[in-house]
Design a protein around this ligand. Structure first.
Ligand SMILES: Cc1cc2nc3c(=O)[nH]c(=O)nc-3n(C[C@H](O)[C@H](O)[C@H](O)COP(=O)(O)OP(=O)(O)OC[C@H]3O[C@@H](n4cnc5c(N)ncnc54)[C@H](O)[C@@H]3O)c2cc1C
Ligand SMILES: Cc1cc2nc3c(=O)[nH]c(=O)nc-3n(C[C@H](O)[C@H](O)[C@H](O)COP(=O)(O)O)c2cc1C
Length: 613
């Protein structure tokens, strides 16, 4: 559970004013500092804090020495993360290692040369699973090298794996499982049993840290008796408070400037455009980043859950050491709209309902059943008597939802735009709304505040070279980051050519941001535009079909060094990848295997980038 996120009606204490009240720097200095450290990894931030502390006490030697110089590192905490959770676990583990004075470093797999693993003594790998059982994008090279021919022998390495996943996916923690097995195959010694943590990973990781670090210390001591696994007290950097950057647990409050549908009333799915006001001194972002958004469950849904469970709204319950009324806990702290299989399994035990107990025997059947249901469906269909505290203990903590940022700082530095599809469906004849998208659509108006934070997405960035041509493939709300990309390229005057491939159902009803594309066309920024409106023609046409139809041109762009980006549903991305393979075969003259290898190389070279959900 989030222990310290701002939930009161008070202004959030994370803005520059709050930082400045405690820090001896002015606004401009803070802004420069924030810009200077933007994009640094956890390891680099730790190093920078030591560097600055060394400068402050006039000890250049300390200032110049990395916190954990290569020779002193005994433990490497490697993380592979897509939406920041594995990274936060790795960083928290790093802080615990630091508290024990254990020489270590925390590094993303994206910044780590996989072959260097052979030189490591002890590695703890923290890795999430993405897509349909895949590792995060950051682990692409790591995966390629470790699973390729000529993978390094790891006979000197001790390791442990901490997996993050979501058991409502078919392949739970698959990436952790696969890497755990592969490291062993390559000769490394597993010194800790793998942990597969579900969505509520924080208590699991916190319980794991001390045990894992004790094991690591014992391992290091046994491997090199007499060599200190701990840092010399002399080189422990002075602790300097890191600048507070809004994050999941310290969100900022953005004022809502605009919130309106950009689809017609008869569109199959409503999509809304949101504009939020931000303070660019406190928050910065880059095209490709996402915004994490906190939301409140609908009062009517909370009322229905209370009534179905026969519980009073003011029943006191405890969450993370705070006492609050049950209704508030159900509104702001607990998931009601996503039904997790672990919740349904626990409910089966509690309710004694034979039908549900039978379902819970079959993990896959339970997972599928939960996919189209909410907590209220569980309670009404399988009634049970329980205390308020039992209900709170059983439900999952509320998690923020992510939305790709649809604006560019170069165009609107003090605004963030989002493109949100309102999730509406029916279950047993009842209308159901997605938790966050329903909140944004129905209970958030211009003038209100929204708690949010920027989630960096370093693996989904515009090319550093503004001359590089780009092909942007987005279906539905997958278009959002590409609005940001094109705004940025227009604002900074990047000369590279831009091709947008956009898919949705109907030209008339859901042609998202049509006016923007027209303007960019006229301005000479959007060089090629390929729409795919799937329901306007007798035969459905999707983005992958447009790509195939324009395969010769696409091949020419690729030949000229273009990068391709794809954003939207995971299934759509798979279809796009298949289309690329077909194009490489048909227009590049490659064999079936050669075409597959070509697309894999595009990915490995960072020329085919994906952001799927
Ligand atoms: C990196 C990233 C970027 C994203 N960017 C965007 C974006 O730009 N725009 C955008 O709109 N979304 C985006 N999303 C998705 C977004 O985060 C939410 O998942 C989405 O808005 C739904 O959340 P919700 O809270 O409204 O619904 P939830 O309360 O999370 O409800 C979802 C649940 O409803 C169930 N469900 C879904 N559809 C149906 C159905 N048809 N029938 C029955 N049950 C169903 C599912 O099982 C699911 O568990 C992004 C996600 C990620 C990870
Ligand atoms: C698009 C998407 C696909 C996912 N696919 C899987 C999956 O196949 N298996 C799984 O166990 N978890 C899956 N997850 C859940 C994540 O692994 C989980 O949310 C994890 O905490 C994310 O960690 P990260 O933020 O470090 O990437 C998926 C999450 C998203 C957003």
């Amino acid at each position: 559970m989030q222990t310290n996120r701002a939930v009161s009606a008070q202004p959030a204490t994370v803005g520059p004013t709050a930082v400045l009240s405690a820090a001896p720097v002015n606004g401009l200095q803070l802004q420069r500092l924030t810009q200077a450290i933007r994009g640094l990894t956890g390891e680099q931030l730790t190093w920078a804090s030591g560097y600055l502390a060394g400068l402050a006490v006039g000890r250049p030697a300390l200032a110049a020495a990395p916190v954990a110089a290569a020779g002193t590192v005994r433990l490497t905490i490697l993380y592979a993360s897509q939406t920041g959770n594995a990274r936060s676990v790795a960083e928290a583990l790093g802080r615990q290692a630091a508290a024990r004075q254990l020489a270590h470093r925390v590094v993303s797999v994206a910044d780590f040369r996989p072959r260097e693993l052979a030189k490591e003594q002890c590695v703890l790998l923290v890795i999430s699973t993405q897509g349909e059982g895949e590792p995060p994008e950051a682990a692409l090279e790591f995966h390629r090298v470790l699973f390729g021919q000529g993978a390094p022998k790891l006979t000197d390495l001790s390791y442990g794996v901490f997996g993050l996943g979501d058991s409502s996916y078919a392949l739970f923690c698959q990436a952790a499982k696969v890497f755990d097995a592969r490291l062993a195959e390559l000769g490394a010694r597993r010194v800790l049993e793998r942990v597969d943590a579900d969505l509520d990973f924080r208590p699991v990781s916190e319980a794991w840290f001390p045990a894992a670090l004790e094991r690591v210390e014992a391992e290091l001591a046994a491997a090199s008796p007499g060599v200190a696994a701990h840092r010399d007290a002399e080189v422990v950097p002075l602790r300097v408070a890191a600048p507070v950057r809004p994050d999941r647990d310290h969100p900022f409050r953005a004022a809502v400037l605009d919130n309106r549908p950009i689809t017609t009333r008869d569109a199959v799915a409503e999509v809304r455009h949101l504009a939020l006001e931000i303070d660019p001194q406190a928050i910065d972002y880059a095209p490709g980043d996402a915004l994490g958004v906190w939301f409140r469950n609908a009062p009517a849904l909370v009322g229905a859950v209370l009534a179905a469970a026969g519980l009073a709204e003011d029943a006191p319950v405890e969450i993370a050491g705070n006492i609050l009324a049950l209704a508030e806990a159900l509104t702001a702290r607990l998931e009601l709209t996503r039904l997790h299989p672990t919740v349904a399994a626990a409910w089966a035990r509690l309710s004694g309902a034979a039908e549900l107990a039978g379902l819970a025997q079959d993990r896959e059947a339970l997972r599928v059943w939960c996919q189209s249901r909410q907590v209220i469906d569980l309670i009404t269909r399988y009634p049970a008597r329980l205390q308020a505290t039992a209900l709170v203990g059983l439900l999952q903590p509320l998690a923020p939802r992510l939305y790709s940022i649809a604006s560019a700082p170069a165009e609107t530095a003090d605004e963030v735009h989002l493109t949100v599809s309102t999730l509406r469906y029916q279950c047993n004849g009842q209308d159901r709304l997605g938790g966050a998208s329903g909140f944004l659509a129905e209970r958030l108006a211009a003038g209100d505040d929204l708690e949010c934070y920027v989630l960096e997405n370093p693996g989904f960035r515009l090319p550093a070279d503004g001359d590089t041509p780009i092909i942007l493939v987005g279906a539905g709300t997958g278009i959002a980051p590409f609005r940001a990309f094109l705004q940025q390229r227009a604002a900074v005057g990047d000369p590279g050519r831009n091709w947008l491939v956009f898919g949705n159902r109907h030209f008339q009803r859901d042609f998202l941001y049509q006016a923007d594309w027209l303007r960019l066309r006229k301005a000479g920024v959007l060089h090629r535009f390929s729409p795919a409106f799937s329901r306007d023609t007798a035969q459905r046409v999707y983005v992958q079909d447009r790509l195939r139809a324009e395969g010769a041109e696409l091949w020419r762009w690729l030949d000229e060094g273009a990068r391709i980006y794809c954003c939207g549903a995971t299934a759509m991305e798979s279809a796009v990848r298949e289309a690329l393979v077909t194009i490489a075969r048909d227009h590049g003259g490659l064999s079936a295997d050669g075409a597959l290898a070509f697309v894999e190389t595009l990915r490995a070279d960072g020329r085919y980038l994906r952001d799927t959900y």
